[in-house]
Ligand binder design. Structure first.
Ligand code: MN
Length: 491
């Protein structure tokens, strides 16, 4: 897997009091643990053993190296023995990478006959890791604490999951977003402070003239379009006679991809209010680019576009997709209330239950020619929806757990891809909480990424996090929002 190119440094702390013999054993055990984690199929990135640190200078040095190394996405610390943690203050205060404290032990069980004071002195993570945990708490450091035996699957899964959040940090800090046109006129929730977003999340969000895109569209050759049409025929059912419309979308795909790649952009936005010189709103073209991993946001929504790209990268190699989504309309059948998600055109085919169909239909908005789009149903399964809103002075991430279902109607006249889900704890409470928290109509919908991963990501990025779960109540959420609002104003 290509995420293996990313490293997490396994750093074991100790001190000189133990003497060289014990320190040698500490090192041997650490190597075995690092190798064991690295070999686990549940751990997507590389775990790299680093020599045991026993002095403040060594700790500071390794943290500085981790900060500087582009392939190192984070550190994993473990105190096999006792490492007085005032030694860690200077190093940890410099740390700029995600930080996981693995609270484990080399031996699973206490050897009944074998335990003596030597064994106790070597295997003392139970108190060594408490000393280490205190200093991170004292320094108010965001970090993940994972507890359990290092060979256990649940520990690997937790560590692997956290690593994907750190991959999100890496992607986020290097992300460029291309905006074709501005935000949809008068819309509030898709607006935001791009300077603040760059300070907190690293996103470079800049505009590009639609006229430049039109020039690129005009440069696309018929041969290029022919080649892409062959790919469309293989991957999708072409359920239209309007091949000219499909070919125009192929042109859009080729032109936009070229511009994104040349500028090093992983995400983009457009708006139906600014398509000057274009014949159609990109539909199929945007769906194809999302399928290839680019982030997209409709109506100029650069926040959801960037987040879509980041979550796609976090989920690399996992089952299920992550996609730009919009709460569109409800089915309020009593006791089985559901949300129908879709967009005007742009729903990512990584969510599709079956082979998507290419169809061409009129679009009542934007005043352009009938655009080709992929039509399909989403898969049933557990998922989350994620929204990022600008609260003025800070960003708030809202995550809601949802259960996607097979759409309960066929909806033969609905000309767009559709996903249907039940927001937790139920639509009425869930929507009330979502609206109270200020969650947008645009979200990233993901089968692949968990709420815990988004919470870890939010912590690493130092942004506010709100989670609506099966256990959320309106009263509890109101209190949480009230307290968090005060806390974030004080921060
Ligand atoms: Mn929209």
């Amino acid at each position: 897997m290509s995420l293996k190119r990313y490293e997490f440094w396994f750093i074991t702390g100790s001190q000189h009091l133990y003497g060289p013999e014990t320190l040698k054993q500490v090192e041997e055990h650490s190597k075995i643990i690092a190798q064991g984690l690295n070999d686990s199929s549940s751990i997507p990135c590389s775990v790299v053993f680093k020599p045991v640190v026993t002095t403040p200078d060594q700790i500071t040095e390794i943290v500085k190296e981790a900060n500087y190394n582009d392939n190192c996405l984070g550190i994993i610390t473990w105190m096999h023995t006792f490492s007085p943690s005032k030694m860690w203050i200077n190093g940890l205060t410099l740390l700029q990478k995600p930080y996981c404290h693995l609270h484990t032990q080399f031996n699973r069980c206490i050897p009944n006959e074998g335990i003596d004071m030597d064994f106790m002195n070597l295997n003392q993570a139970a108190h060594g890791d408490r000393e280490h945990g205190f200093i991170a708490a004292r320094l108010r450091m965001p970090r993940k604490v994972i507890v359990g035996y290092w060979e256990d699957e649940d520990v690997h899964t937790k560590l692997g999951s956290w690593m994907r959040s750190a991959v999100g940090v890496k992607v986020s800090k290097n992300l460029k977003v291309m905006r074709f046109g501005d935000n949809m006129r008068q819309v509030a929730v898709t607006e935001g402070d791009k300077v603040e977003a760059q300070i907190k999340l690293g996103w470079q969000v800049n505009t590009t003239a639609v006229g430049d895109l039109v020039e690129e569209i005009n440069k696309v050759t018929e041969a290029q379009v022919d080649a892409l049409m062959e790919e469309y025929k293989k991957k999708y059912d072409i359920a239209t006679d309007n091949i000219a419309s499909v070919r125009y979308q192929a042109k859009l795909e080729i032109a936009m991809k070229k511009m994104l790649d040349e500028a090093g952009c992983g995400a983009y936005t457009n708006t139906f209010e600014d398509l000057h010189g274009m014949e159609q709103l990109p539909g199929l073209a945007s769906q194809r680019l999302m399928e290839a991993g680019y982030g997209y946001g409709g109506e100029g929504d650069w926040k959801v576009s960037a987040l879509t790209h980041i979550m796609k990268q976090m989920g690399e190699g996992l089952e299920g997709g992550s996609a730009f989504m919009e709460d569109y309309t409800y089915d309020l059948t009593k006791g089985n209330e559901l949300s129908l998600g879709a967009h005007m055109l742009e729903v990512c085919p990584t969510l599709a239950a079956d082979k998507p169909r290419i169809e061409v239909h009129p679009l009542g908005i934007g005043g352009k020619a009938d655009p080709a789009r992929l039509v399909f149903e989403g898969r049933p399964g557990k998922a989350i929806v994620v929204s990022l809103v600008d609260m003025g002075g800070r960003l708030r991430m809202i995550v809601q757990d949802v259960e996607a279902v097979k759409p309960i109607y066929e909806m033969p006249n609905l000309p767009v891809a559709r996903v249907m889900w039940k927001p937790l704890p139920d639509l009425k409470t869930g929507a009330e909480c979502w609206i109270l928290a200020g969650g947008a109509h645009h979200t990233v919908f993901s089968y692949a990424i968990t709420a815990e991963q988004m919470q870890d990501f939010a912590e690493m990025m130092d942004i506010e996090f709100v989670h609506i779960t099966k256990d959320t109540t309106v009263e509890g959420l109101k209190q949480l929002l009230f307290l968090q609002d005060i806390a974030w104003k004080l921060k």
